[in-house]
Design a protein around this ligand. Structure first.
Ligand SMILES: Nc1nc2c(ncn2[C@@H]2O[C@H](COP(=O)(O)OP(=O)(O)OP(=O)(O)O)[C@@H](O)[C@H]2O)c(=O)[nH]1
Length: 499
């Protein structure tokens, strides 16, 4: 997905800015222009980009910043906040309640992935203990009912539809009534899509909505919609009261920035993203970790949770221990590659690791990245002949030219690739060095910790030098307040940007 490239461009702009010895108006403007260009190229609406740029300029008044303030941090924080603001309409979507029937209606253009998304949404909730049901009120596309029926059967979800009836309103009402009687607590109504926005589609949608009185209307949007997203989303919102957005095909090569615009147009939050054709390729969308990952800052709390899934139980304490000692060796990199390769689709986990995000594993290019990692591992395999020292050292200088040539020969890869791998290692080691001093939460405490994070908790796990950097407990408290004081904060400390 190209949003990952957007993340890469933004991270690079921030990095270039932090490389400047003095951050003045010119440097800030260059950085903001670079970021704006990247956003526009990703199809974010022009007005939104312009507003964001002027907002940042208003917040970051360089003249007012007292000497000694970390300007780069302030600018990075402002960009983070603005991107979050763009994606956060400021109100949560309707919350479903288990045991109480909720009706959720799905709308969107034809081919946006509406029908697939209805099933994914039902399946997601079914796994969480809901009793969902699907109603096919799409009488426009021949085959729509068959598709829904097939998906629903696969996921063992009850469904309702008709081959004969041509009135979508009638089907929707009958389906909703039936499933209410059957005590389903999540009744999902799939509506017709059309090739383009047209009056008949909106009228039909309005009628289905009026007749079923949904608790939530979800607008499904294909991430490749581009600059048209804003107008399209707005048109839907003017006909029915859209309360949430789901962006599909985020795994493809679409630019994805249109999604950011759609949020602004509907003033509704993105609640999930579709990341593939399969039922479980569906992720809950959280603004702060998403932006954090986009900016290459990592999603530390998500990572802590993921460590449980990715790293075998018996290796977890050892890994955290090593990281807390600041020993990021080639062997650790190798072992983590090994663990991640076992996972199957690994891009998701990668993007949570601070520093790993867009550069090593761009989304949508997982296959290539996976091949690259395999090559790195082959090269590291041939290092065993170099003695334990090389793999377990934290000193990259040990890897001199003749060693690199031997490794290249031994693994049958060009020297250029060995050098590339060492660069990757150095980059990661730099990012991970910030974990030095990390206090390791006791077994079982980790998830609870990342869920109930407050300044007290966080000060306990943060490495002391990191805590010092943000101004001790006082600084941490005010930063958390500013950020809404939740777990997503941890993403901010993943680093990536360099100091
Ligand atoms: N790669 C990828 N494909 C998806 C995703 N979501 C849906 N699709 C595919 O997109 C195509 C269209 O999806 P549908 O669910 O049929 O689209 P629809 O919007 O219901 O279409 P209508 O019923 O005609 O309105 C199908 O081939 C889906 O498998 C996704 O997140 N990623």
């Amino acid at each position: 997905m190209v949003l990952a490239q957007l993340g890469g461009s933004i991270s690079r702009a921030l990095q270039q800015m932090s490389n400047a010895t003095v951050i003045d108006e010119k440097v800030l403007n260059e950085c903001l222009n670079e970021i704006s260009r990247a956003l526009l190229q990703s199809d974010v609406q022009f007005k939104l980009v312009r507003d964001m740029q002027s907002n940042i300029k208003k917040i970051v008044n360089l003249d007012d910043l007292a000497a000694g303030h970390n300007k780069r941090k302030i600018i990075q924080q402002a960009i983070f906040n603005e991107l979050c603001k763009m994606l956060d309409p400021g109100k949560p979507s309707f919350t479903l309640k288990k045991g109480k029937p909720s009706i959720v209606m799905f709308v969107g253009l034809q081919g946006s992935g509406k029908t697939t998304t209805c099933t994914k949404y039902a399946y997601y909730h079914q796994k969480k203990g809901w009793k969902p049901a699907l109603v096919c009120a799409d009488t426009f596309r021949a085959g729509a009912f068959d598709q829904l029926k097939q998906n629903a059967t696969k996921a063992k979800i009850p469904f309702y539809g008709s081959y004969m009836e041509s009135d979508p309103v009638k089907i929707a009402v009958e389906g909703v009534e039936r499933f209410k009687k059957e005590n389903c607590d999540l009744i999902i109504v799939d509506t017709s899509g059309r090739h383009k926005q047209e009056a008949a589609l909106f009228e039909e949608m309005r009628q289905v909505s009026e007749a079923t009185n949904p608790d939530l209307v979800v607008f499904v949007m294909d991430s490749s919609i581009g600059q048209a997203a804003f107008d399209q989303a707005q048109a839907f919102r003017q006909s029915v009261s859209v309360g949430a957005v789901i962006v599909t095909k985020m795994d493809g090569h679409a630019k994805g920035g249109g999604a950011l615009s759609a949020v602004a147009a509907t003033k509704s939050p993105v609640i999930f993203i579709g990341t593939g054709e399969h039922m479980d390729e569906f992720e809950v969308f959280d603004v702060k970790p998403f932006v954090s990952r986009l900016l290459g800052m990592g999603d530390w709390s998500g990572f802590m949770d993921k460590i449980h899934e990715v790293v075998p139980m018996d290796q977890q304490p050892e890994l955290l221990q090593k990281l807390s000692e600041g020993n990021f060796t080639l062997r650790i990199m190798y072992e983590q590659f090994q663990n991640l390769m076992k996972m199957g689709p690994i891009g998701q986990v990668f993007s949570m690791l601070p520093g790993f995000s867009s550069e090593l594993m761009p989304k949508g290019r997982e296959k290539e990245s996976q091949a690259k990692i395999k090559r790195y591992m082959t090269m590291m395999d041939s290092m065993t002949n170099e003695g334990k020292l090389t793999l377990d050292s934290t000193n990259p200088k040990l890897m001199n030219e003749s060693r690199m040539m031997r490794i290249a020969r031994g693994s049958g890869r060009p020297v250029r690739e060995v050098m590339e791998m060492m660069e990757e290692y150095k980059r990661l080691a730099k990012v991970w060095s910030k974990m030095k001093g990390l206090k390791i939460p006791k077994k079982g405490e980790m998830s609870a910790l990342s869920r109930n994070m407050n300044a007290q908790h966080m000060s306990k796990v943060l490495p002391p030098q990191m805590l010092k950097q943000i101004g001790g407990m006082g600084g941490l408290q005010s930063l958390m307040k500013q950020m809404g004081g939740n777990k997503d904060m941890m993403g901010m400390f993943g680093g990536g940007g360099g100091e």
